[in-house]
Design a protein around this ligand. Structure first.
Ligand code: ADP
Ligand code: ZN
Length: 596
């Protein structure tokens, strides 16, 4: 949405600049060099010819400028002077000396270097320096031009229409922010009462949960400009630029106040200060400038700074002090009701088949963010168009959900039979193992068609949003995740790299169980996740070993259990894997038939 100046543009300007400068310099030097010679309309005489004439003693007069590569020669039998281009001054001087020693008599006039020549000479020697200086000036100018597009990205004109109505769910958050809207609308009322309105508000949450959207909505509700900038944009290639950008951003805001400044990814600049050098000290400068600006507001300036981050714990504590970003609002991924509302908002202008129930889709998309949901509907519309459906149908939506979660189907990828077999057993392993686990969701689809990076996938039904997950459920999740690897090992007597993602996810879950949820009996309910790498740790080094041991025990136990389940149901594994090899995809209903 932001129209970032393209790097190509910058490059274009710089190159044009250099070419222009080069041309001017070249023209200047050439004219200056030639200037002192061209005023006489003398004809030219070749150097070799001159040597001959000298030998023959036909030369009357030689006139030359010191340092110049041309000379004027008057021959005895001619009226006009002729111009000679000499290959090198030194060789020319030697020639003249040689001739005079031989007794050859002619008039030699040596003019001192002309001022013009001197200038052009100096210019020539200074040329590289001048060019470099001009180049730098140009680059900084371009940078400045870029700023105008970037920093002063007032999106008022395009986005005044974003209001709270466009933000689905998030009712509490909207309620909390409504006073900001009032304040932006009628700052006087608040000032007269002596009320202090927060300067900075930190919006915390995963990407795509609607932080930018809600910030824009505040601007839209209050009908004030919205200036936005991303933290990562502050970190630029030239030192000192980040800080000056922050300054300019706030300058601009104060000029057009009342308004909203939105800083996305504030952690890119607001991360803890360190004593390091280079990029980090550049970072410090930017952060310091931001702190200065936050403190520098006059009480009557109505500028509200909203900043978004996914990692509030990484931020420098100084940023969170009173008067700065002293208010935090956490924006969580939407629940089922929120998802339904988001789908409704984004489905407004889309044509759905009559049997489509957005509530059902909401129930099937637990964990999706607002951005992902918007994406699902858009993908569904694209798929429906490509398939020439009159309206968006259920299968289009299902495809879209899959596309957003596991990536695009890759029919073009050539897969060897061996890989196919491996994938079939791996996926069948997940499906069978989770089938025999009480807490795990029912299988929705098993497929060995590659999607995104995955060679195949097992999808589970999601039917409810849960706020709490029990220890048993987490343990069984580990078992289901390792079901793929277990099946490979038992059925094919070998293991593959295909399980790497399962292993990664399982390890993370096990780690969280120990360090965040206090679910390990040996360690107990203690929070051990290292959130803040700069703060001293409460526990000694040994605690890491203890955590590692606990994680290993959990994973080992789960893997053992997965293998037991596979061994007990080898016939089913075989059958499901074979069906997968034959049909590539198995639906929920078909999967159930194996167990009747
Ligand atoms: P963030 O800033 O948190 O990364 P955005 O505000 O950029 O997320 O959200 C991206 C897009 O997702 C929005 O433009 C909007 O289309 C959609 N979206 C996210 N949350 C919501 C919501 N609560 N209601 C409606 N649309 C949403
Ligand atoms: Zn797997």
């Amino acid at each position: 949405m932001k129209d970032k100046p393209k790097n190509n543009d910058k490059l274009y300007y710089i190159i044009t600049g250099i070419i222009i400068v080069l041309c001017i310099a070249a023209i200047l030097t050439i004219t200056l060099m030639n200037n002192n010679d061209t005023n006489s309309e003398s004809k030219e005489l070749a150097y070799t010819e001159l040597i001959k004439k000298l030998e023959n003693k036909e030369v009357e007069k030689i006139e030359m400028t010191v340092g110049s590569t041309s000379a004027k020669v008057k021959l005895k039998n001619e009226e006009e002077e002729k111009q000679v281009i000499v290959p090198s001054t030194q060789a020319f001087m030697e020639l003249i000396q040689e001739q005079t020693q031989k007794g050859n008599e002619f008039e030699l006039i040596q003019k001192p270097t002309s001022i013009l020549l001197k200038i052009s000479d100096t210019l020539f020697s200074l040329l590289p320096t001048i060019l470099i200086v001009i180049l730098f000036v140009l680059i900084f100018k371009m940078q400045g031009l870029g700023d105008k597009g970037k920093v002063y990205d007032s999106e008022k004109s395009e986005d005044t229409h974003t209001t709270f109505k466009d933000v689905a769910g998030l009712d509490e958050e909207k309620n909390e922010l409504i006073e900001i809207v009032d304040f932006l609308k009628e700052p006087k009322k608040f000032h007269e009462m002596g009320a202090k309105i927060p300067r900075g508000i930190l919006l915390c949450g995963k990407p795509g949960t609607g932080k930018t959207l809600i910030a824009k909505a505040i601007a839209g509700e209050a009908n004030v400009p919205f200036i936005s900038m991303s933290g990562s944009e502050f970190i630029e290639m030239f030192a000192g630029l980040g800080a000056s950008r922050v300054r300019k951003l706030f300058e601009k805001a104060k000029k057009i106040a009342p308004c909203i400044i939105f800083i996305d990814e504030i952690d890119a600049i607001g991360a803890r200060r360190t004593n390091a050098s280079g990029a980090e000290s550049e970072n410090n400068q930017t952060l310091n400038q931001l702190l200065v600006e936050m403190d520098g507001f006059e009480t009557n300036e109505t500028v509200i700074v909203l900043a978004a981050t996914n990692r509030p714990e990484m931020l420098d504590k100084a940023l969170l002090r009173p008067g700065r970003f002293d208010r935090q609002i956490t924006i969580a991924a939407p629940d089922a009701k929120g998802r339904e509302e988001i789908l409704k908002i984004h489905g407004k202008d889309k044509k759905f088949a009559s049997n489509i129930d957005l509530k059902e889709i909401a129930n099937d998309t637990a964990g999706f963010t607002g951005a992902e949901l918007a994406n699902v509907l858009n993908e569904a519309a694209i798929i429906a168009t490509i398939k020439k459906h009159k309206k968006i149908e259920e299968e289009d939506l299902e495809d879209a959900v899959k596309k957003v979660t596991v990536g695009l189907e890759k029919h073009s990828r050539v897969i060897s039979d061996k890989d196919k077999k491996l994938t079939a057993y791996h996926e069948a392993g997940h499906a069978i193992v989770s089938k025999f686990l009480e807490t795990q969701q029912d299988v929705k689809e098993v497929s060995i068609i590659p999607r995104g990076l995955a060679g195949g996938y097992t999808m589970y039904k999601t039917n409810e949003d849960k706020y709490y997950i029990s220890k048993t459920e987490m343990e069984e999740k580990l078992i289901a995740l390792l079901g793929g690897r277990a099946a490979e090992k038992i059925a094919l007597n070998d293991i593959s790299t295909g399980a790497s993602n399962d292993i990664e996810v399982a390890t993370k879950i096990a780690q969280d169980m120990v360090t965040v949820y206090g679910m390990s009996d040996n360690i107990g309910p203690i929070y051990l996740k290292q959130k803040d790498p700069y703060e001293p740790q409460v526990f000694g080094e040994n605690i890491d070993d203890a955590i590692g041991l606990e994680v290993k025990t959990m994973i080992d136990t789960a893997y053992k259990r997965a293998q037991e389940i596979i061994l007990a149901h080898m016939d089913k594994l075989q059958a499901v894997a074979e069906r997968l090899l034959e049909k590539e995809i198995i639906s929920a209903e078909e999967f159930e038939t194996f167990f009747n």
